[in-house]
Design a protein around this ligand. Structure first.
Ligand code: KG4
Ligand code: ZN
Length: 373
Protein backbone atom coordinates (compact mmCIF):
# COMPACT_ATOMS: atom_id res chain seq x y z
CA UNK A 1 0.00 0.00 0.00
CA UNK A 2 1.04 3.61 -0.61
CA UNK A 3 1.19 5.78 2.47
CA UNK A 4 1.50 9.55 2.61
CA UNK A 5 3.19 10.57 5.87
CA UNK A 6 3.00 14.07 7.34
CA UNK A 7 5.20 15.30 10.20
CA UNK A 8 5.18 18.75 11.84
CA UNK A 9 5.77 18.01 15.52
CA UNK A 10 8.70 20.36 15.97
CA UNK A 11 10.65 22.48 13.50
CA UNK A 12 10.69 20.37 10.33
CA UNK A 13 7.84 20.49 7.85
CA UNK A 14 8.00 17.00 6.38
CA UNK A 15 6.05 14.78 4.01
CA UNK A 16 6.88 11.43 2.43
CA UNK A 17 5.40 8.67 0.34
CA UNK A 18 6.34 5.08 0.98
CA UNK A 19 5.24 1.78 -0.50
CA UNK A 20 4.76 -0.79 2.25
CA UNK A 21 4.01 -4.51 1.99
CA UNK A 22 4.52 -7.84 3.68
CA UNK A 23 2.68 -7.33 6.97
CA UNK A 24 4.27 -8.20 10.29
CA UNK A 25 6.03 -11.31 9.09
CA UNK A 26 7.91 -9.83 6.14
CA UNK A 27 7.61 -6.05 6.18
CA UNK A 28 9.11 -4.38 3.12
CA UNK A 29 9.40 -0.68 2.61
CA UNK A 30 10.33 1.43 -0.33
CA UNK A 31 10.68 5.15 0.27
CA UNK A 32 9.42 6.88 -2.87
CA UNK A 33 9.99 10.38 -1.53
CA UNK A 34 11.09 11.95 1.73
CA UNK A 35 10.73 15.71 1.62
CA UNK A 36 11.46 18.15 4.36
CA UNK A 37 11.73 21.85 4.90
CA UNK A 38 14.00 22.76 7.82
CA UNK A 39 13.29 25.84 9.95
CA UNK A 40 16.80 26.06 11.40
CA UNK A 41 17.43 29.40 9.69
CA UNK A 42 14.34 30.85 11.39
CA UNK A 43 15.14 29.66 14.93
CA UNK A 44 18.93 29.95 14.86
CA UNK A 45 19.09 33.51 16.09
CA UNK A 46 16.99 32.63 19.13
CA UNK A 47 19.19 29.65 20.07
CA UNK A 48 16.13 27.37 20.23
CA UNK A 49 12.72 26.76 18.72
CA UNK A 50 10.10 29.51 19.02
CA UNK A 51 6.73 27.68 18.87
CA UNK A 52 4.69 30.42 17.23
CA UNK A 53 7.27 31.04 14.53
CA UNK A 54 7.45 27.29 13.97
CA UNK A 55 3.69 27.10 13.53
CA UNK A 56 3.67 29.98 11.08
CA UNK A 57 6.45 28.46 8.99
CA UNK A 58 4.67 25.07 8.96
CA UNK A 59 1.52 26.75 7.69
CA UNK A 60 3.44 28.39 4.89
CA UNK A 61 5.34 25.27 3.82
CA UNK A 62 3.02 22.35 4.46
CA UNK A 63 1.12 22.38 1.16
CA UNK A 64 4.22 23.00 -1.02
CA UNK A 65 6.01 20.19 0.88
CA UNK A 66 3.17 17.72 0.28
CA UNK A 67 2.91 18.72 -3.39
CA UNK A 68 6.65 18.28 -3.79
CA UNK A 69 6.71 14.87 -2.15
CA UNK A 70 3.87 13.62 -4.39
CA UNK A 71 5.75 14.95 -7.41
CA UNK A 72 9.02 13.23 -6.43
CA UNK A 73 7.15 9.98 -5.71
CA UNK A 74 5.54 10.30 -9.16
CA UNK A 75 2.16 9.68 -7.65
CA UNK A 76 -1.22 11.36 -7.31
CA UNK A 77 -3.69 11.69 -4.43
CA UNK A 78 -5.99 9.02 -5.88
CA UNK A 79 -3.15 6.47 -5.66
CA UNK A 80 -2.63 7.06 -1.92
CA UNK A 81 -4.13 4.32 0.29
CA UNK A 82 -3.59 5.91 3.68
CA UNK A 83 -2.55 9.19 5.27
CA UNK A 84 -0.44 8.92 8.43
CA UNK A 85 0.16 12.05 10.47
CA UNK A 86 2.11 12.75 13.65
CA UNK A 87 -0.42 13.66 16.33
CA UNK A 88 2.03 13.94 19.27
CA UNK A 89 4.10 14.32 21.31
CA UNK A 90 5.47 17.69 20.26
CA UNK A 91 4.76 21.40 20.24
CA UNK A 92 1.03 21.99 20.05
CA UNK A 93 1.17 24.94 17.62
CA UNK A 94 3.32 22.83 15.30
CA UNK A 95 1.31 19.61 15.63
CA UNK A 96 -1.94 21.38 14.83
CA UNK A 97 -0.76 22.39 11.37
CA UNK A 98 0.12 18.84 10.31
CA UNK A 99 -2.92 17.25 11.92
CA UNK A 100 -5.41 19.70 10.48
CA UNK A 101 -3.86 19.61 7.02
CA UNK A 102 -3.97 15.80 7.07
CA UNK A 103 -7.58 15.81 8.25
CA UNK A 104 -8.59 18.22 5.48
CA UNK A 105 -6.83 16.09 2.84
CA UNK A 106 -8.41 12.88 4.17
CA UNK A 107 -11.82 14.52 3.99
CA UNK A 108 -11.35 16.03 0.55
CA UNK A 109 -9.65 12.97 -0.98
CA UNK A 110 -11.89 10.50 0.89
CA UNK A 111 -8.92 8.61 2.29
CA UNK A 112 -8.41 6.79 5.56
CA UNK A 113 -6.15 8.56 8.01
CA UNK A 114 -4.48 7.62 11.26
CA UNK A 115 -2.56 9.48 13.92
CA UNK A 116 0.99 8.37 14.68
CA UNK A 117 3.00 8.72 17.86
CA UNK A 118 6.18 10.60 16.93
CA UNK A 119 8.33 8.43 19.19
CA UNK A 120 6.93 5.32 17.58
CA UNK A 121 7.87 6.93 14.27
CA UNK A 122 11.49 7.20 15.43
CA UNK A 123 11.39 3.54 16.50
CA UNK A 124 10.10 2.44 13.08
CA UNK A 125 12.76 4.50 11.27
CA UNK A 126 14.88 1.40 11.81
CA UNK A 127 12.52 -0.74 9.77
CA UNK A 128 13.09 1.47 6.73
CA UNK A 129 16.72 0.41 6.64
CA UNK A 130 17.09 -2.85 8.48
CA UNK A 131 15.71 -6.28 7.94
CA UNK A 132 15.49 -9.18 10.36
CA UNK A 133 14.63 -7.16 13.42
CA UNK A 134 13.82 -9.70 16.10
CA UNK A 135 11.94 -9.29 19.36
CA UNK A 136 12.47 -8.60 22.16
CA UNK A 137 14.30 -5.53 20.92
CA UNK A 138 16.02 -2.98 23.10
CA UNK A 139 15.72 0.56 21.73
CA UNK A 140 17.63 3.64 22.80
CA UNK A 141 15.59 6.64 21.71
CA UNK A 142 17.67 9.80 21.70
CA UNK A 143 16.11 12.93 20.27
CA UNK A 144 15.84 16.60 21.14
CA UNK A 145 12.95 16.02 23.52
CA UNK A 146 13.31 12.36 24.55
CA UNK A 147 15.85 10.00 26.02
CA UNK A 148 14.33 6.62 26.69
CA UNK A 149 15.36 3.00 26.88
CA UNK A 150 12.48 0.92 25.62
CA UNK A 151 11.99 -2.82 25.57
CA UNK A 152 9.83 -3.76 22.58
CA UNK A 153 8.42 -7.26 23.02
CA UNK A 154 6.34 -7.23 19.84
CA UNK A 155 4.73 -4.77 17.44
CA UNK A 156 2.96 -2.17 19.56
CA UNK A 157 4.20 -3.65 22.86
CA UNK A 158 6.53 -1.26 24.58
CA UNK A 159 7.92 -1.03 28.06
CA UNK A 160 9.85 2.07 29.01
CA UNK A 161 12.59 0.73 31.29
CA UNK A 162 14.41 4.02 31.76
CA UNK A 163 14.23 7.66 30.79
CA UNK A 164 15.73 11.02 31.53
CA UNK A 165 14.71 12.69 34.74
CA UNK A 166 15.37 16.13 33.32
CA UNK A 167 16.98 17.16 30.01
CA UNK A 168 17.10 14.85 27.00
CA UNK A 169 20.49 13.95 25.46
CA UNK A 170 19.76 16.12 22.40
CA UNK A 171 18.69 18.97 24.65
CA UNK A 172 22.00 18.65 26.49
CA UNK A 173 23.89 18.92 23.20
CA UNK A 174 21.77 21.94 22.27
CA UNK A 175 22.06 23.75 25.61
CA UNK A 176 25.79 23.22 26.08
CA UNK A 177 26.41 24.27 22.48
CA UNK A 178 24.51 27.44 23.24
CA UNK A 179 26.74 28.09 26.28
CA UNK A 180 29.78 27.78 24.06
CA UNK A 181 28.21 30.07 21.45
CA UNK A 182 28.03 27.35 18.82
CA UNK A 183 24.52 28.00 17.53
CA UNK A 184 21.57 25.71 16.93
CA UNK A 185 21.10 22.76 16.62
CA UNK A 186 23.93 21.97 19.01
CA UNK A 187 24.46 18.25 18.33
CA UNK A 188 26.03 18.51 14.88
CA UNK A 189 28.05 21.61 15.96
CA UNK A 190 29.54 19.81 18.97
CA UNK A 191 30.19 16.66 16.94
CA UNK A 192 32.09 18.69 14.38
CA UNK A 193 34.33 20.43 16.94
CA UNK A 194 34.94 17.12 18.70
CA UNK A 195 36.10 15.70 15.38
CA UNK A 196 38.42 18.70 14.95
CA UNK A 197 39.82 18.14 18.43
CA UNK A 198 40.58 14.54 17.55
CA UNK A 199 42.66 15.68 14.61
CA UNK A 200 44.34 18.40 16.69
CA UNK A 201 45.51 15.97 19.33
CA UNK A 202 46.70 13.61 16.65
CA UNK A 203 48.71 16.34 15.03
CA UNK A 204 52.26 16.12 16.42
CA UNK A 205 52.81 19.81 15.74
CA UNK A 206 50.23 20.76 18.33
CA UNK A 207 52.26 19.02 21.02
CA UNK A 208 54.93 21.66 20.69
CA UNK A 209 52.33 24.35 21.14
CA UNK A 210 52.73 25.65 24.71
CA UNK A 211 49.07 26.58 25.01
CA UNK A 212 48.10 23.08 24.08
CA UNK A 213 50.44 21.70 26.74
CA UNK A 214 48.84 23.79 29.44
CA UNK A 215 45.46 22.54 28.42
CA UNK A 216 46.48 18.97 28.23
CA UNK A 217 48.41 18.62 31.44
CA UNK A 218 47.26 21.22 33.92
CA UNK A 219 43.71 21.41 32.70
CA UNK A 220 42.52 17.96 31.96
CA UNK A 221 39.14 18.71 30.53
CA UNK A 222 36.96 16.32 32.45
CA UNK A 223 33.21 16.37 32.93
CA UNK A 224 31.04 14.18 35.15
CA UNK A 225 29.07 11.22 33.77
CA UNK A 226 25.77 11.76 35.62
CA UNK A 227 24.06 8.62 36.95
CA UNK A 228 26.40 6.32 35.07
CA UNK A 229 26.56 3.91 38.01
CA UNK A 230 23.00 4.25 39.25
CA UNK A 231 21.13 0.99 39.65
CA UNK A 232 18.26 1.96 37.34
CA UNK A 233 18.12 2.77 33.62
CA UNK A 234 17.35 6.44 34.06
CA UNK A 235 19.39 9.38 32.89
CA UNK A 236 20.02 12.95 34.01
CA UNK A 237 21.75 15.48 31.81
CA UNK A 238 20.87 18.85 33.29
CA UNK A 239 23.89 18.88 35.67
CA UNK A 240 26.24 18.62 32.72
CA UNK A 241 25.20 22.08 31.59
CA UNK A 242 26.33 23.67 34.84
CA UNK A 243 29.56 21.67 34.85
CA UNK A 244 30.27 22.88 31.33
CA UNK A 245 29.59 26.47 32.29
CA UNK A 246 32.08 26.35 35.21
CA UNK A 247 34.72 24.57 33.22
CA UNK A 248 34.38 26.96 30.33
CA UNK A 249 34.70 29.99 32.59
CA UNK A 250 37.68 28.44 34.39
CA UNK A 251 39.49 27.68 31.21
CA UNK A 252 39.00 31.15 29.89
CA UNK A 253 39.80 33.12 33.03
CA UNK A 254 42.55 31.06 34.68
CA UNK A 255 44.56 30.50 31.58
CA UNK A 256 43.76 34.00 30.63
CA UNK A 257 45.41 36.31 28.14
CA UNK A 258 45.87 35.22 24.59
CA UNK A 259 44.91 31.64 25.17
CA UNK A 260 43.63 29.99 22.09
CA UNK A 261 39.94 29.82 22.93
CA UNK A 262 39.17 27.73 19.90
CA UNK A 263 41.36 25.02 21.33
CA UNK A 264 39.45 25.18 24.62
CA UNK A 265 36.13 24.98 22.88
CA UNK A 266 37.21 22.03 20.76
CA UNK A 267 38.48 20.13 23.81
CA UNK A 268 35.36 20.90 25.74
CA UNK A 269 33.09 19.89 22.85
CA UNK A 270 34.90 16.54 22.63
CA UNK A 271 34.45 15.97 26.35
CA UNK A 272 30.75 16.96 26.28
CA UNK A 273 30.18 14.48 23.50
CA UNK A 274 32.09 11.75 25.34
CA UNK A 275 30.28 12.38 28.63
CA UNK A 276 26.84 12.10 27.01
CA UNK A 277 27.73 9.06 24.93
CA UNK A 278 29.46 7.20 27.78
CA UNK A 279 26.32 7.39 29.90
CA UNK A 280 24.05 6.35 27.01
CA UNK A 281 26.25 3.39 26.09
CA UNK A 282 26.86 2.12 29.63
CA UNK A 283 23.15 2.20 30.48
CA UNK A 284 22.24 0.45 27.23
CA UNK A 285 24.75 -2.33 27.92
CA UNK A 286 23.42 -2.72 31.42
CA UNK A 287 19.96 -3.24 29.93
CA UNK A 288 21.38 -5.71 27.39
CA UNK A 289 22.81 -7.78 30.23
CA UNK A 290 19.59 -7.72 32.17
CA UNK A 291 16.97 -8.19 29.44
CA UNK A 292 18.83 -10.32 26.85
CA UNK A 293 17.30 -8.68 23.77
CA UNK A 294 17.71 -10.25 20.32
CA UNK A 295 18.21 -6.88 18.67
CA UNK A 296 19.49 -3.51 19.87
CA UNK A 297 18.53 -0.33 18.04
CA UNK A 298 19.16 3.38 18.36
CA UNK A 299 17.03 6.09 16.84
CA UNK A 300 16.21 9.81 17.02
CA UNK A 301 18.25 12.87 16.04
CA UNK A 302 21.22 12.05 18.29
CA UNK A 303 21.57 8.64 16.60
CA UNK A 304 23.09 10.59 13.70
CA UNK A 305 26.13 11.01 15.93
CA UNK A 306 29.03 8.94 14.55
CA UNK A 307 30.81 8.55 17.87
CA UNK A 308 27.62 7.25 19.49
CA UNK A 309 27.28 4.69 16.68
CA UNK A 310 30.93 3.63 17.04
CA UNK A 311 30.91 3.38 20.81
CA UNK A 312 27.63 1.46 20.88
CA UNK A 313 28.88 -0.96 18.22
CA UNK A 314 32.11 -1.54 20.13
CA UNK A 315 30.41 -2.13 23.46
CA UNK A 316 27.73 -4.43 22.04
CA UNK A 317 30.13 -6.54 19.93
CA UNK A 318 31.04 -9.00 22.72
CA UNK A 319 27.36 -9.84 23.23
CA UNK A 320 26.98 -10.92 19.58
CA UNK A 321 23.64 -9.14 19.20
CA UNK A 322 22.99 -7.07 16.08
CA UNK A 323 23.00 -3.31 16.56
CA UNK A 324 20.72 -1.55 14.09
CA UNK A 325 20.84 2.12 13.26
CA UNK A 326 18.67 4.04 10.80
CA UNK A 327 20.09 5.59 7.63
CA UNK A 328 21.22 9.14 8.36
CA UNK A 329 18.24 10.43 6.32
CA UNK A 330 15.86 8.89 8.87
CA UNK A 331 17.57 9.91 12.12
CA UNK A 332 16.33 13.47 12.57
CA UNK A 333 12.64 14.22 12.14
CA UNK A 334 11.24 12.99 8.84
CA UNK A 335 7.93 11.79 7.44
CA UNK A 336 9.13 8.46 5.99
CA UNK A 337 9.36 7.07 9.52
CA UNK A 338 5.82 8.35 10.24
CA UNK A 339 4.57 6.51 7.15
CA UNK A 340 6.28 3.29 8.33
CA UNK A 341 4.71 3.61 11.78
CA UNK A 342 1.38 4.28 10.02
CA UNK A 343 1.73 0.99 8.15
CA UNK A 344 2.09 -1.08 11.32
CA UNK A 345 -0.57 0.97 13.01
CA UNK A 346 -3.00 0.25 10.18
CA UNK A 347 -2.28 -3.45 10.71
CA UNK A 348 -3.14 -3.09 14.38
CA UNK A 349 0.41 -3.19 15.73
CA UNK A 350 0.93 0.14 17.36
CA UNK A 351 0.78 1.75 20.74
CA UNK A 352 -1.64 4.37 19.49
CA UNK A 353 -4.14 1.70 18.43
CA UNK A 354 -4.79 0.99 14.80
CA UNK A 355 -8.48 1.10 14.39
CA UNK A 356 -8.73 4.50 12.79
CA UNK A 357 -9.55 3.28 9.34
CA UNK A 358 -13.28 3.46 9.68
CA UNK A 359 -15.30 5.79 7.51
CA UNK A 360 -14.89 9.44 8.42
CA UNK A 361 -11.73 8.61 10.33
CA UNK A 362 -10.56 12.20 9.85
CA UNK A 363 -12.98 13.21 12.62
CA UNK A 364 -11.12 11.05 15.11
CA UNK A 365 -7.62 12.45 14.76
CA UNK A 366 -6.58 14.92 17.40
CA UNK A 367 -3.25 16.47 18.29
CA UNK A 368 -1.93 15.58 21.73
CA UNK A 369 1.25 17.40 22.81
CA UNK A 370 1.89 14.91 25.62
CA UNK A 371 1.01 11.69 23.84
CA UNK A 372 2.69 8.72 25.53
CA UNK A 373 4.15 5.64 23.94
O1 KG4 B 1 14.74 13.55 16.54
P1 KG4 B 1 15.04 15.00 16.33
O2 KG4 B 1 15.27 15.47 14.93
O3 KG4 B 1 13.93 15.90 16.92
C1 KG4 B 1 13.17 15.59 18.05
O4 KG4 B 1 12.27 14.74 17.95
O5 KG4 B 1 13.50 16.19 19.08
O6 KG4 B 1 16.32 15.32 17.23
C2 KG4 B 1 16.91 16.58 17.25
C3 KG4 B 1 18.11 16.52 18.17
C4 KG4 B 1 18.71 17.88 18.47
O7 KG4 B 1 18.88 18.01 19.85
C5 KG4 B 1 20.06 17.82 17.75
O8 KG4 B 1 21.06 18.62 18.38
C6 KG4 B 1 20.39 16.36 17.82
O9 KG4 B 1 19.16 15.71 17.60
N1 KG4 B 1 21.37 15.93 16.81
C7 KG4 B 1 22.60 15.45 17.11
C8 KG4 B 1 23.24 15.21 15.87
N2 KG4 B 1 22.38 15.54 14.86
C9 KG4 B 1 21.23 15.98 15.46
N3 KG4 B 1 23.20 15.23 18.28
C10 KG4 B 1 24.45 14.75 18.27
N4 KG4 B 1 25.15 14.51 17.15
C11 KG4 B 1 24.59 14.71 15.93
N5 KG4 B 1 25.30 14.46 14.83
ZN1 ZN C 1 11.88 13.54 16.66
Amino acid sequence: MKILGIETSCDDTAAAVIEANGGFSKPRFSVLSNTSYSQVAIHKKFGGIVPNLASRAHLEKIIPTIKETLRVAKTKPDKIDLIAVTRGPGLMPSLLIGVNTARALAYAWKKPILGVNHIEGHIFSNWLTNKKIEFPALILIVSGGHTELVLMRDYGKYKIIGQTLDDAAGECFDKTARLLGLGFPGGPAIAQLAEQWKSEIRNPKSETNPKYKILNTKYQVKLPRPMINSKDYNFSFSGLKTAVLYLYNDLNTDLNTDLNTDLNTDALAAEIQSAIIDVLAVKTIKAVENFNPKTVMICGGVSANKKLREEMAEKIRPYKIPLFVPDFAYTTDNAAMISAAGYFSAKGGSASGGNYLAKNSWKKIEADANLKL
